[in-house]
Design a protein around this ligand. Structure first.
Ligand SMILES: NC(=O)c1ccc[n+]([C@@H]2O[C@H](COP(=O)([O-])OP(=O)(O)OC[C@H]3O[C@@H](n4cnc5c(N)ncnc54)[C@H](O)[C@@H]3O)[C@@H](O)[C@H]2O)c1
Length: 145
């Protein structure tokens, strides 16, 4: 049975760990070609090479590649889109998941800074994504920011 994402191409940011790595795995298992983007280049390459090897053993048509990217940089968005188009001819989906959070702490030990930094990063990643991707001709039909 063909995968539900066979023939689709996705950019997944923050794909070196956590939700992004899990999402990349699920997408690849469903036949999607996934560009796994992360500041952590070696982490992204590790996740991608494992997934790509699994994809080659299955017949769903999935594939994965790792890519170094800072989601706050417009030029990195341009480079990620170019990598998808060069490798697979298109971009259909973007899961803009990269981000950071404060470490778990007892409530009374929290200060303001760990709230502010993830918030600013979220704004920058959404800004850079929209400024670059909205005018892009092949703007992903499905985007989760
Ligand atoms: N885990 C939770 O409970 C939780 C709750 C609410 C929201 N979130 C959000 O969900 C997302 C994923 O969370 P997670 O728990 O999987 O985190 P995680 O730390 O496991 O993974 C985040 C990934 O994003 C990458 N990253 C960070 N900044 C980046 C940047 N500027 N450019 C590119 N890559 C960058 C990191 O290198 C890391 O690999 C984050 O945006 C987080 O804020 C998580």
């Amino acid at each position: 049975m063909p995968g539900r994402l066979e023939g689709k191409v996705a950019i997944i940011t923050g794909g070196a760990s956590g939700f992004g790595a899990a999402t990349s795995k699920r997408f690849a298992q469903e036949g999607c070609k996934v560009l796994i983007c992360d500041l952590n280049e070696s982490g992204a390459q590790d996740v991608a090479s494992k997934l790509d090897a699994e994809c080659k053993k299955s017949s769903e048509g999935g594939a994965a590649r790792g890519f170094k990217m800072n989601v706050c940089e417009r030029d990195d968005w341009a480079a990620a889109v170019k990598a998808c188009v060069d490798n697979w001819g298109r971009v259909d989906v973007c899961v803009n998941n990269a981000g950071t959070s404060y470490k778990n702490k007892v409530g009374l030990e929290l200060c303001l800074l760990p709230f502010i930094i993830p918030g600013i990063l979220s704004l920058l990643r959404i800004y850079a994504y929209h400024v670059f991707m909205l005018p892009f001709e092949g703007f992903p039909l499905k985007s989760m920011t």
